[in-house]
Design a protein around this ligand. Sequence first.
Ligand code: 5AD
Ligand code: SF4
Length: 448
Amino acid sequence: MSKKIYIETYGCQMNFSDSEIVASVMTSHHAKIAGSPEDADVILLNTCSIRDNAEQRVVNRLRALQHLRKRRPGLLIGVLGCMAERLKEELLEEKTPGLRVDLVAGPDAYRQLPELMADAETGQKAINVLLSADETYADISPVRYTPGGVSAFISIMRGCENFCAYCVVPFTRGKERSRDPRSVVTEARRLVAEGYREVTLLGQNVNSYRWKENGSGKITGFSELLGMVASVDPRLRVRFATSHPKDMSDELLHRMADHPNICKAIHLPMQSGSSEVLKRMNRKYSREDYLDRIAAIKRILPGCGLSTDIIAGFCGETEEEFEETLDLMDKAGFDFAFMFKYSERPGTRAAEKYTDDVPDAVKTRRLTAIIDKQQALSMESNRKDVGKTMEVLTEGPSKRSGQMMMGRTTCNKVVVFPDQGYQPGDYVRVKITGCSAATLKGESANED
Ligand code: 5AD
Ligand code: SF4
């Protein structure tokens, strides 16, 4: 009898992409995807370790799921992804009473899931947290959550070797490795044939994508790969994330300018506006270097959408250093930001070398100031768009109102506009008539 698997995903886009690989591995072993945990024989949580609160969410969820065992004897609960890698056997040992996990698989062990499940069923220890130097799942065709969807992820590389001092990813996702460009292009072609209109190329640091061809020794870098994917179909929008400021080249910016279907949006995590803090973070660029990259983006791609990640209260951050972050935000003029309080992760360089010495209340105050600043910057950026007409790729009905559709501009701004019988995947020209800090509002300017 085929097993029903329920997969729940936490954390970054890469995890969502990995869950599609897990779904593919399992369905090709006769499993079915369940619609809810109540309906499943196996519940898999694909987890995130980036901050302590991300892990706490998963622990609470694991606790809440235990009652289903009473209803369904033989139910298996598994932990995948970064927490599997970070906590390893600890998860199987039921260190927290009543928090039972039957299966643990790290991000490079998903091909082994069917065997691990068989082991777990017979009560054996089911764990594989080996990290690989070459696994890219290139030959696995992901099973998409949203068949008939508009936008899909394509993972182009795995792992990270930058070892930013605060970050657990190099420990949980292992060595950086790139995927064969032909398999990336094949996947993009398949998505176009299935009706997708947008792909996002994913990696922890896509700018260091590098594929060396066996035999010829020819090297494909990220700019070339991006051009290859953009050439698959001029109607396919192409995005990518994430870029590291130290590797963001002018060549890439020119490549983006050359292809109208490469979206004009760059996610460039700044983390801090202080050169001293950036040095402690091991980011390998200074405040001036970051400003230089922002200037290059504005020069080569005028009007390009710009987003970032910012950490408040990293080890030793002084009031002056924090002020430099607010100042750099102003100078860059971000459209959007993900903003976090620093959370110490065991095993990272920061945890070993520095003291987490900014009091929580100070972190909170600084984070609030950063959020307020970003709110003002987003509002200012959106106000400038009022009156313009933009091409929007329709994603579906707006969450707030069924009469309205939502979609995104090339700059990755969300636009809400009246539904005039549009389908997800339609390109609509929208005249922007109003905005909030989070959304643009508009009306159709299609000429029919
Ligand atoms: N604490 C807070 N934020 C973190 N990030 C990564 N590690 C930590 C941490 N220990 C943030 C960074 C990164 C984003 C994905 O998460 O800003 O770019
Ligand atoms: Fe973490 Fe830095 Fe790698 Fe991003 S580049 S995943 S922040 S170590």
